[in-house]
Design a protein around this ligand. Structure first.
Ligand SMILES: Cc1ncc(C[n+]2csc(CCOP(=O)(O)OP(=O)(O)O)c2C)c(N)n1
Ligand SMILES: [Mg+2]
Length: 552
């Protein structure tokens, strides 16, 4: 009778569940799983740190709708992978972490890299389990897949002990599992949809907030129809950007603070009132703001601010319901209102404030000058990854998106180090699109060795490092007394471009802003991985803010 081992069953089961990409680092005991994955037709990408592997796996999940897999060795490999689990949990992105484990018959004996892996993974996972019999591998992979994408998406963990990976069973004895269908799309009650529209109709200063939940549910057509039909101004969350075209006239992006502060009714579409949205509380929000909330998770309704109407279910299905219900109504938000006028006025004032900085050709340059050329250079269909503090926050306002699911950044967990994993994931999922990462010089350091990964697979990623010599700004030349180096300082002008060249890609270093565009064009024309290191003034900062981004 034909026999099959655990590694092969794992690979076949993942493939059956629509898992097309695996990121990992091999070693004891997972090498056979990586080999079997390639054999089964899964694209395997060998990474340099398990953090990046698990960041890449979740980006694949978000971009494709099926979880990506991360494969890590026992003990320290799993511990590194936890960073990705935590990030996936906060972002609500699906992934499956597969941790090798020491053999079950050595449990508790102090085996090589022995760790209580299911226990440490559990707090960050929707489902975490050890596989205890070879024939049950497909059962657990089905469960891990289903939990990762059904309901609120998130991370799952499977523990694969050495003796399960190498153990064999008769093919006939394998517990076959069904293929997980795409998630069912739950709808809201029609009466609640009507109530939501009643609240919206009663608004004087309505605002729609579009979150990445809409991108996840592929609701872009429905959301676009909803905004066009209602004519309500909208604000995108950092990764909800592109569900609506950022350049749409109803976007309040450039008047964010004002819109949040003054809106009297907010329709939250797949976005949470967490720190990114200042918890929905004063002084950043109107004290009496009324909330209509669409979310896939019932327990998310009314988080931080009680929702007047909660619509629980799939974003695309529910916005579609709202569009249908709107067919029976005459109402739309009028074009000539003081609310539109106030938003337009704030946007214009914002643009006026930025213009002199964007036009400033002195060097070292400031952020807005760098972003002027970067955004003019960005191809419209690019996947854009942003990472850093100022680099990411300013980049969010200065690099527009036209499409859904093409903006990835530090996200709900504010994680530095995601950039290279996300960039590599985007490049393998979307070989047809340019992948551009704009990273701070601190941010690039967290996973910088993945530059070798990008070069090894010859992924044509374009990385721009905004080099201000520090975390949120540096000090320029460092003091001779090294004990006096400020904690935020890095080497100003460090040549990250040479890291790229060291591994076979191409790098450029730019100090003169008038040279920046030409260099960016050269980098784009180059067929392989490229890094453009842009020297910024260490003192450059954001335009003066009424409130800081990171504080409430
Ligand atoms: C894992 C992790 N460690 C530390 C931080 C704290 N942190 C926030 S932003 C940032 C880096 C910002 O500097 P940089 O990437 O150079 O961007 P800049 O603001 O200088 O443009 C750091 C270290 C974090 N968010 N995540
Ligand atoms: Mg910096």
């Amino acid at each position: 009778m034909a026999k099959v081992n655990g590694a092969t069953l794992m690979a076949r089961s993942l493939k059956q569940q629509g898992v097309e990409y695996m990121f990992g680092i091999v070693g004891f005991p997972v090498q056979p799983i990586a080999a079997a994955a390639q054999e089964a037709g899964i694209r395997y990408i060998g990474m340099r740190n398990e953090q990046s592997a698990s960041y890449a796996a979740q980006a694949v999940g978000y971009l494709t709708g099926r979880p990506g897999a991360a494969l890590v060795v026992s003990g320290p490999g799993v511990v590194h992978g936890l960073a990705g689990l935590a990030n996936a949990q906060q972002n609500c992105w699906p992934m499956i972490l597969i941790g090798g484990a020491s053999a079950t018959y050595q449990n508790g004996m102090g085996a090589f890299q022995e760790e209580r892996q299911v226990q440490i993974a559990s707090p960050f996972c929707k489902f975490a389990h050890a596989v205890e019999h070879v024939h049950r591998v497909p059962f657990y992979v089905e469960m891990a897949t289903r939990y990762s994408i059904y309901g609120r998406p998130g991370a799952t963990y499977l523990d694969m002990p050495d003796d399960i990976i190498l153990g064999e069973v008769d093919e006939e004895k394998v517990h076959q599992a069904a293929t997980v269908a795409d998630p069912p799309r739950m709808q809201a009650l029609d009466a609640d949809v009507e109530q939501a529209l009643n609240v919206l109709e009663s608004a004087e200063r309505p605002l729609v907030i579009v979150g990445k939940g809409m991108a996840w549910s592929r609701a872009e057509d429905e959301v676009r129809k909803f905004i066009e039909r209602t004519q309500v101004p909208f604000l995108a969350s950092p990764m909800g950007k592109g569900v609506m075209d950022d350049s749409h006239p109803l976007s309040v992006g450039a008047a964010r603070s004002h819109a949040l502060q003054e809106a009297d009714v907010i329709v939250l579409l797949g976005a949470r009132l967490n720190w990114i949205m200042h918890f929905g509380l004063p002084p950043r929000f109107n004290r009496n703001v009324r909330i209509v909330q669409v979310d896939i998770a019932p327990e998310a309704i009314s988080q931080n601010v009680p929702a007047e109407v909660g619509l629980v279910g799939d974003g695309r299905a529910i916005v579609g319901q709202m569009n249908k219900a709107l067919a029976n109504r005459q109402w739309f938000y009028p074009k000539d209102t003081p609310w539109h006028a106030a938003i337009a006025e704030k946007s214009a004032a914002n643009a006026k404030q930025i213009k002199p900085m964007a036009d400033d050709d002195s060097h070292p340059m400031n952020y807005y000058r760098a972003f002027k050329d970067i955004s003019a250079w960005l191809p419209q269909n690019a996947v854009i990854i942003g990472e850093g503090a100022n680099t990411m926050d300013i980049g969010r306002t200065q690099m527009p998106n036209k499409e859904a699911r093409v903006r990835l950044d530090a996200g709900s967990y504010g994680t530095m180090g995601i950039g290279m994993g996300f960039t590599i994931a985007a490049a393998v999922v979307h070989p047809d699109r340019p992948t551009v990462s704009v990273s701070g010089d601190s941010a690039i350091g967290f996973s910088g060795m993945e530059i070798e990964t990008a070069c090894r697979y010859n992924l044509p990623v374009k990385i721009v490092v905004l080099n201000n010599g520090g975390i949120g700004g540096g000090v320029g030349p460092l003091p001779d007394d090294k004990t006096k180096i400020p904690p935020r300082a890095l080497i100003w002008g460090a040549r990250y471009d040479k890291m790229m060249e060291a591994f076979g890609g191409r790098g450029w270093h730019v100090e003169d802003p008038t040279k920046l565009r030409g260099v960016l064009d050269e980098a784009m024309a180059f067929k392989g991985p490229a890094l453009v290191n842009v020297l910024l003034n260490p003192e450059a900062g954001r335009k003066p803010q009424k409130f800081g981004w990171h504080t409430s």
